[in-house]
Design a protein around this ligand. Structure first.
Ligand SMILES: NC(=O)c1ccc[n+]([C@@H]2O[C@H](COP(=O)([O-])OP(=O)(O)OC[C@H]3O[C@@H](n4cnc5c(N)ncnc54)[C@H](O)[C@@H]3O)[C@@H](O)[C@H]2O)c1
Length: 449
């Protein structure tokens, strides 16, 4: 099929290259000319395992092209995915301006090129009733042109985006009419033998997406609340506590003497809080949306509150260990909100840097994938970025591990003594082996030394 994709961010580009790889002809339109130019030059504006190679492959066989205009894209396609951002807006509610802006421009283009029977598929995460109450009304005065609108939310995880797209557990189709459902099923026909198609109305589809993210965020905050309590009881290791919980037969299933540990156990771990472009903003958007609907979300409010306090706890521990942070050099290990991505949106490490700088600390940082430019762009200055871990640790009196990059796994006491002035580390993820450190040099969250 000939399909368009609007927005070449993590979701748009993944959608485009994956659909192109299963044989569709994709035309992608990105409003940011710098990003579009980068793509034309075969440079991917972000890091995601495998995407560069797949992008090169599908462009070389002519299945993916970068559109210069929406008119061009619409002329050559029969339907298109809207994959633009839905960031946090005023009062922590969802900012729909990119979705509404792109819908309006798309409808104009459809009218310009007099394209009939076009299908618009919302892929961005939008709060329930957005498609019906805010986007459907934009399809007015079409002079007889038929446009179908539906929402097909995306569930990919950054770092595993291609694999998630190519092996979906569900494809949720919330269509305003039957033709939308048929059209979307045709697009995803490649997956039909292995996937659960969930056919529903747009608002249920929207709610499914938020429920997914709210559920996993809740597991993380639950684990962090257990960590908060454990940190107050000398000798209790919250990681061991959560491990024991995971082994419960209601979570870890045993079949023929084989244990099946569900993937959700990776959310049942203490840490320095969830970040990224989805969990924090989507839980906030859902709680604010609930208020507008006249209901309360005490559980999700607590999920957010617990999350926001986690980084602060790490900074308090740093203060406790050093006495005063002013003028002290602290090494930040990992800037991305999780490994295998360069995404720093709502990353605990970034919040950590902000708080440490407020208290007068000097920051040196290392992340194997994050581009220092992206940190400067969000207004974080005076960070000295290093090309490797050893350089980053030099002259520091404290290191804080924020991201579970595999190369940090081997950090031990000897390594720190070799490279730091004062070999102390706070393990914000409980990632390192405590036995590899001398007393009073290793502090992990979820355990009071
Ligand atoms: N990133 C994830 O892991 C993930 C997973 C599932 C769902 N989502 C949802 O998908 C949506 C997109 O997320 P993302 O992380 O890809 O966002 P992003 O900010 O990385 O990318 C959005 C892109 O859309 C472009 N854009 C904005 N307005 C445009 C317009 N009018 N025309 C063309 N391009 C336009 C922006 O320039 C940007 O490049 C969001 O709603 C998000 O919540 C994200």
């Amino acid at each position: 099929m000939n399909l368009g994709v609007i927005g070449a961010g993590y979701v748009g580009l993944t959608t485009a290259v994956c659909l192109a790889s299963i044989g569709h002809k994709i035309s992608i339109f990105e409003i940011n000319r710098l990003k579009a130019k980068q793509l034309e030059n075969k440079n991917i504006p972000f890091y995601e395992e495998g995407i560069k190679e797949l992008f090169e492959k599908v462009t070389s066989i002519g299945n993916l092209e970068i559109s210069e205009s929406l008119d061009y894209m619409v002329r050559n396609t029969e339907g298109c995915f809207i994959c633009v951002g839905t960031p946090t807006g005023d009062n922590e509610s969802i900012d729909l301006s990119q979705v509404i802006g792109s819908m309006n421009s798309l409808v104009e283009a459809i009218k310009n090129v007099k394209k009939n029977n076009y299908t618009i598929i919302i892929r961005s995460t939008v709060v329930p009733l957005t498609t019906r109450n805010k986007l459907l009304p934009l399809l007015k005065n079409l002079n007889g042109i038929q446009i179908t609108l539906c929402i097909v939310p995306e569930f990919l995880r950054e770092g595993q985006a291609l694999d998630d797209f190519m092996n979906p557990d569900k494809i949720v189709i919330g269509s305003t009419d039957k033709s939308g459902e048929i059209f979307v099923k045709k697009i995803f026909d490649h997956f039909k033998d292995n996937v659960n198609f969930i056919i529903t109305n747009p608002e249920t589809a929207e709610m499914i997406k938020y429920t997914n993210n709210a559920f996993f965020s809740t597991l993380i905050s639950f684990s962090n609340e257990i960590a908060n309590i454990s940190e107050r009881i000398h000798g209790v290791d919250a990681f061991q506590v959560m491990d024991a919980l995971i082994s419960d037969k209601r979570i870890t299933i045993k079949t023929d003497n084989q244990k099946i540990v569900p993937y959700l156990s990776t959310y049942l771990l203490p840490g320095c809080g969830f970040g990224g472009s989805c969990f924090p903003k989507d839980v906030k958007a859902l709680t604010q949306h609930a208020i507008s609907l006249g209901t309360k979300t005490p559980l999700l409010n607590a999920v957010l509150e617990i999350n926001e306090e986690r980084v602060m706890k790490i900074i308090s521990l740093a203060e406790f260990l050093l006495g005063n942070l002013k003028g002290n050099q602290i090494s930040i290990l990992g800037l991305a909100f999780k490994p295998d991505t360069d995404d720093i949106r709502s990353s605990p490490a970034i919040e950590g840097i902000r708080l440490l700088q407020e208290k007068g600390a000097n920051i040196s940082a290392y992340d194997p994938k994050v581009n220092p430019e992206s940190i400067i762009q969000i207004g974080i200055n005076d960070v000295v970025f290093h090309e490797n871990l050893e350089e980053c640790l030099k002259n520091s009196v404290l290191a804080i591990l924020f991201t579970k990059w595999p190369e940090f796994r081997t950090i031990n006491g000897e390594f720190l003594s070799k490279h730091m002035i004062n070999p102390i580390i706070i393990d914000g993820r409980g990632y390192l082996d405590r036995n590899q450190f001398q007393k009073k040099t290793y502090y992990k969250i979820g355990y009071a030394e």
